[in-house]
Design a protein around this ligand. Structure first.
Ligand SMILES: Cc1cc2nc3c(=O)[nH]c(=O)nc-3n(C[C@H](O)[C@H](O)[C@H](O)COP(=O)(O)O)c2cc1C
Ligand code: SF4
Length: 463
C-alpha cells in the first residue's frame, strides 16, 4: 500500500480521508469529531441535525404549528440550533485535530439561511461546507463571507465548469476542493444527468481526469479532488494515489463509516447493512427531490417499486385505444386501455383499492392505509425541500402548481424515522452500492463493529 500523504484541506494538513456527510442523523457532532480526532475530516450533516442541550441531552424536533409556512419555520429554527449544538460537540471531541465540515443538501428550502446561521453561531468551530444535490451557486459567496472553505459536490467536470463560470471564479480563495461523487456507486442522492444512463456505469478514472483537466485550465491545478462513491479500502485505489494525471486527491467514504461504534445510526440499521448482499442496493428515482438515489431494497423500497410496476396510463377523454371508463373515486372516472383492466382487477384483489393520479397522466394503486399515511404526511408537511414532488410544496411561493406525486414519498418523515431507530424495514435506508462488502470483510466478522480509530487505522493501512 502506498503511504497516504497529508493534504492541505480547509487550512490544515490532514490525512486525505473524509467522512461523507449523511442526513438525517447519519453523521453528527460525535462521529465527525472522532473522525477529525484521527487527523481526517469529519462532516456534520445539517439536514435536520439533532439538537443537544449544553448538558448533553437530546432535544427532539417538535412541530406545533398548523400553518405549513410556520411549521417550516419551526423546522428551520430547530435545524439551526441542532447544527450549532453538533458543531460544539464535534469541536470538543476533535480538539485541534483534523478538520470539521458541515454538509448541506442545497435543494432544502432555506438551505442558505441554515448554513449562514449555523456558521454565525459556531464561529471558529467549522472549517468547511460541503454542498450537493443541486448546483450551489451561492455557496462561494456565503463561505467566503464567513471565511470557511467550500466544497461543491459534482458528478461531472461539466457541472463544475458551470459552477465556476457562473459564480465560483469570483470566490476562488475559499474554494477548498471539489467532491467528485460517482453517480452510479455512491449512497444517498446521486447526480446522474439526463446525458447519463443509470444502467451504464462509467469508470471514475476518465471522469476524474476530465475534472483535473478542467481545474488545470482554470488555474486550479493544486485544488484537491475528493473522490466519493464506492470506496472501501484504499489498496484498491493505489493507481489514483500520487498519479500526476489526477493530482491532489482525497477519499470520501459514506457507507463504510456507518458501521462504527461512534456512528449515530441504530443497531437494527447497522444489522441491515452488515447482512446486505450484492445487488441489494437499487439506484432509482423515487425521491421527492426528483434526483436519482441509492438505497437498500427493503420493504419500503420494494413497495415503491411495486407501485411503479403497477402504474398504468389514463386519459380524461375517450381517445383511440383509451376507451374503457374506470371510476377512480366516487366522483371521478377516467379512460384507460381495456388491456389494463386485468391489471386493475389484480391490484384490487391484492388490496390496493385506492387509485391515485400522478402528474404524468398515469394511475397508481395504494392500500387504504397507504393512502391515509400519504394524506397525513402531506397535512403534516414541514416544507423541508425547496420543491417537493410528494406534496407539491414550494419554498418560494407555497406550491409548485403541480399535482402531488404518489410515486414518491415524504423524505423528511422517513429519514427522521430511520435516523432515530424506527422501523428499519418500512423506512428508506440510503446506502452505497458497496454495502454488501460488510458481509465479506473480515473486519466485521461475527458482527464486530469497529471504533472510528480502528477503521481509520485500517484505511491508512489500505485495508
Ligand atoms: C445513509 C446516507 C445518507 C447520505 N446523506 C447525504 C447527505 O445528506 N448529503 C450529501 O451530500 N451526501 C449524502 N450521502 C452521500 C455520502 O456523503 C457519500 O458521499 C457517499 O455515501 C459516498 O459513497 P459510498 O456510500 O459508496 O461511500 C449519504 C450517503 C448515505 C449512505
Ligand atoms: S412532504 Fe415533501 S416538503 Fe413536506 S416534509 Fe415531506 S419531503 Fe419535505
Amino acid at each position: 500500500m502506498k503511504p497516504l500523504h497529508k493534504l492541505n484541506i480547509s487550512g490544515a494538513e490532514v490525512f486525505p480521508l473524509i467522512e461523507g456527510g449523511k442526513g438525517i442523523n447519519g453523521t453528527d457532532g460525535k462521529s465527525s469529531g472522532y473522525w477529525a480526532k484521527e487527523g481526517g475530516v469529519g462532516t456534520i450533516s445539517l439536514v435536520t441535525p439533532d439538537e443537544v442541550s449544553p448538558e448533553g441531552e437530546f432535544i427532539p424536533e417538535v412541530i406545533t404549528k398548523t400553518i405549513r409556512t410556520e411549521r417550516h419555520r419551526e423546522m428551520v429554527e430547530y435545524s439551526i440550533r441542532g447544527g450549532i449544538s453538533q458543531a460544539r460537540i464535534a469541536h470538543e471531541i476533535a480538539g485541534n485535530n483534523g478538520r470539521i465540515h458541515v454538509n448541506m443538501l442545497w435543494e432544502l428550502a432555506d438551505s442558505q439561511e441554515m448554513i449562514i446561521r449555523v456558521l454565525e453561531g459556531s464561529k471558529g468551530l467549522i472549517h468547511g461546507v460541503t454542498c450537493g444535490a443541486g448546483l450551489p451557486y451561492n455557496l462561494g459567496a456565503i463561505a467566503s463571507e464567513h471565511q470557511v472553505y467550500y466544497y461543491p459536490i459534482v458528478s461531472s467536470a461539466r457541472a463544475m465548469s458551470v459552477l465556476w463560470k457562473r459564480s465560483f471564479k469570483n470566490y476562488s480563495e475559499y474554494l477548498g476542493g471539489v467532491v467528485y461523487e460517482d453517480p452510479w456507486l455512491a449512497g444517498g442522492h446521486n447526480g446522474l444527468s439526463n446525458a447519463e444512463d443509470p444502467l451504464q456505469p462509467e469508470r471514475p478514472y476518465e471522469r476524474l481526469v476530465a475534472l483535473r483537466q478542467l481545474l488545470n485550465e482554470i488555474g486550479l491545478k493544486d485544488l484537491p479532488i475528493i473522490l466519493a462513491g464506492g470506496i472501501w479500502c484504499l489498496s484498491e485505489w493505489q493507481d489514483y494515489i500520487d498519479n500526476p494525471e489526477l493530482g491532489n486527491i482525497a477519499f470520501q467514504l459514506g457507507t463504510r463509516p456507518m458501521i462504527t461504534q461512534e456512528s449515530p445510526i441504530c443497531d437494527d440499521w447497522k444489522n441491515l447493512m452488515l447482512n446486505a448482499k450484492k445487488g441489494d442496493v437499487i439506484l432509482q428515482k423515487f425521491s421527492p427531490t426528483g434526483f436519482y438515489s441509492s438505497a437498500i431494497k427493503n420493504k419500503f423500497l420494494s413497495n415503491l417499486m411495486r407501485r411503479k410496476e403497477a402504474e398504468i396510463p389514463y386519459s380524461k377523454e375517450a381517445v383511440d385505444e383509451m376507451n374503457f371508463l374506470l371510476p377512480i373515486s366516487p366522483v371521478k372516472a377516467v379512460y384507460i386501455n381495456p388491456a389494463d383492466k386485468a391489471k386493475v382487477e389484480e391490484q384490487h384483489r391484492l388490496g390496493y383499492t385506492v387509485i391515485s393520479e400522478t402528474p404524468d397522466s398515469t394511475l397508481v394503486f395504494l392500500t387504504p392505509d397507504e393512502w391515509k399515511l400519504m394524506q397525513k404526511q402531506r397535512a403534516n408537511c414541514v416544507g423541508c425541500l425547496s420543491q417537493c414532488q410528494y406534496s407539491s410544496w414550494s419554498g418560494e411561493n407555497g406550491t409548485t402548481g403541480k399535482m402531488p406525486d404518489p410515486r414518491t414519498y415524504c423524505i423528511h418523515d422517513t429519514l427522521m424515522a430511520i435516523g432515530h431507530g424506527q422501523d428499519i424495514d418500512n423506512n428508506l435506508a440510503f446506502a452505497g452500492h458497496n454495502v454488501y462488502r460488510f458481509a465479506e470483510d473480515p473486519m466485521y466478522a461475527n458482527g464486530h463493529v469497529p471504533t472510528i480509530h480502528e477503521l481509520f487505522q485500517a484505511l491508512l493501512a489500505g485495508k
